[in-house]
Structure formats: C-alpha cells, structure tokens
Write a protein that binds this ligand. Structure first.
Ligand SMILES: C[S@@+](CC[C@H](N)C(=O)[O-])C[C@H]1O[C@@H](n2cnc3c(N)ncnc32)[C@H](O)[C@@H]1O
Length: 288
C-alpha cells in the first residue's frame, strides 16, 4: 500500500477524535519510529509503497490510538529536554512543564559563582527524566534518584544507560522516611521533586487518555492531604539538604500559596514561586 494511503486512513479514522494536526503529528511519529522515515519523506516521495510487513505496526498503532492510548506508550518512547526516554505503563509520561523545572535548575547552577561539584537527589524519579537531564547537563554533578515503584526504576535505569549517564537509583518510600538509604554523608546541595500532586477532586479536569493509562501512583493524592509528599520531602530535606542547599519542587497550579507557606513553615529562605509557560504557578524553590 502507498504510505500516503495509510496516512489518509489515519485521518479518516482519527481526525474526529484528535483533530487533523495532531493526527499528522502521530503519523509522522509512527513513520519515523517504525520505518525510520522522516516527515519530509511523504513530500519528497508521495508514491512510496510499503510492504505488508512494514504496514502491520502502523495499523496496530492506529488501533491503539483509536482506543485513546497515549502515543508515547504505543511507541514506548518520548523526548524530554531533547533527550530520548523510554516510557511504559509504570512511568508517568514526562511533561513540558517539568522541562521548565530542569531548565530552572540548570540555569541557577550554571549562573552561580560556586563551581564545586554538586550532589543532587531527585525524589519520585519515574522515567528518571529530571535526574538524567541534570546529570547530562551538569556533568560534574553526582546524581541520585529514588522511587517507590520497581517498574519505574527499571525503566529509569535503562534511560540512564540510553543517555550514557551515571545515576544512582534507590528504591524507597519517601512517605515512610526512607532515611535508612541515606548515611551521614548524604548531604545534598540540591533536592528536587515532582511528586504526585493531583487531588481526586481534580479528576474531572484530567483527560481520559491520562486517567485511563498513566499510573495513578504517580498522579494522585488525597483531597484531605494534598501536600503529603511535599511535607515528607521538606522533613527529609531538613536532615539531608546542606545548609545553603536548594529545594526545588514542581507543584499543583492551584496550591502555590499553600506551598509558599509550607516552605516558610519549614524555615526555607528566599522562597520563590515561579509560573510555567502557560502562566500557572508551577515551580517553587527555597534555600535551607
Ligand atoms: C508525578 S510522577 C514524576 C515522575 C518524574 N519525576 C517526572 O517528572 O516525570 C511522581 C513519581 O513519584 C513516585 N512515587 C509515588 N509515591 C512515592 C513514594 N511514596 N515514595 C517515592 N516515590 C513515590 C511515582 O512512582 C512516580 O514515579
């Protein structure tokens, strides 16, 4: 069948669900992933014919897209901070907002007058996207990362290999004060976390493809205790962050003021709330 005819079938079957532009972008991604053909190929060779074997994964992907499975899970990969990352059902799909948090940290570190090697800890690492991007860009940093999910850590380790960086991964539960894994030398210069922060009451705002596919362990917190992870991490940071070290969080856009109060209650100084590209309260930092 001609590649162009398969593209037409994608549009016929999916445009109503996703819109034409998004379907174009899906088709480009599957073409690149399964056939190693870039997006210009369809313009240059509109008559390109693919074999039965070649078309099979394209139609399988189409069926999964019809079931509203995220394209990143279908392909098993995504891009974060211009780096490749494997993803699966155990890991949250990294978001652009989190790239902004990584950019903020890299910017702060590289513009600082202090040039010593840093010890960094990422809590709730998922795919390892934060830890690995930091390790890639801050080459002298010693980076560790924890997650409670064995499945997520398995993928994070593969991602560290894929991106050729060394990150020490630790399986532990931050809510059960995982201090056992950290000895007296665990004095970090930077602790960063994008913990679960979506309240159950916000479920109505979540797209069905997120709700039905991404791990709820990575997303949701109790309505009654939405800052549970932030509290636990602030406590952890009181013991494990160096004096003068910085704590960075990605946060729930609706809880910016509460987060400022929380960091102040834990005596963090120079607390700064930052907005994402969409103008929403999304990041906060504080100095111990
Ligand atoms: C919002 S996801 C963030 C993943 C990744 N850091 C990112 O930014 O895409 C939260 C992560 O916290 C992990 N997590 C959930 N509960 C945890 C706990 N009690 N202790 C440690 N990690 C936990 C989840 O498995 C998930 O990978």
């Amino acid at each position: 069948m001609r590649l162009k005819d398969i593209q037409d079938i994608y549009h016929k079957e999916l445009d109503e669900l996703y819109g034409k532009n998004e379907v174009d972008s899906f088709f480009n991604l599957v073409m690149e992933h399964y056939l190693k053909l870039d997006r210009m190929h369809l313009f240059m060779e509109p008559e390109h014919v693919v074999t039965k074997t070649e078309e099979q994964p394209l139609f399988e992907a189409l069926n999964q897209l019809k079931l509203e499975q995220p394209i990143q899970y279908i392909l098993g990969e995504t891009e974060f901070y211009s780096l490749p990352f494997k993803v699966n059902e155990h890991t949250l799909i990294p978001r652009p907002e989190t790239e902004e948090l990584v950019a903020l940290i890299i910017d702060n570190v590289t513009s600082s007058a202090v040039k010593k090697p840093l010890k960094i800890l990422d809590i709730g690492t998922g795919t390892g996207c934060i830890a690995i991007s930091l390790a890639k860009h801050l080459i002298k940093a010693q980076v560790s990362a924890i997650d409670v999910s064995e499945g997520a850590l398995e993928i994070a380790k593969q991602n560290a290999e894929l991106n050729e960086v060394g990150v020490a991964f630790i399986q532990d539960d931050i809510l059960k004060t995982c201090y056992s894994a950290f000895d007296a030398e665990s004095n970090y210069d930077i602790i960063v976390s994008n913990p679960p922060y979506v309240r159950n009451l916000e479920k109505a705002e979540i797209q069905p493809n997120v709700l039905n596919n991404e791990p709820h362990l990575a997303l949701f917190v109790d309505d009654e205790n939405p800052l549970q992870f932030y509290n636990a991490i602030c406590e952890f940071a009181q013991l494990n962050l160096k004096n003068g070290g910085t704590l960075y969080f990605e946060i729930n856009e609706y809880l910016g003021e509460e987060m400022v109060e929380l960091l102040k209650a834990f005596s963090f100084k120079n607390v700064e709330l930052k907005k994402d590209l969409f103008g929403k309260d999304r990041m906060i930092k504080g100095v111990k």
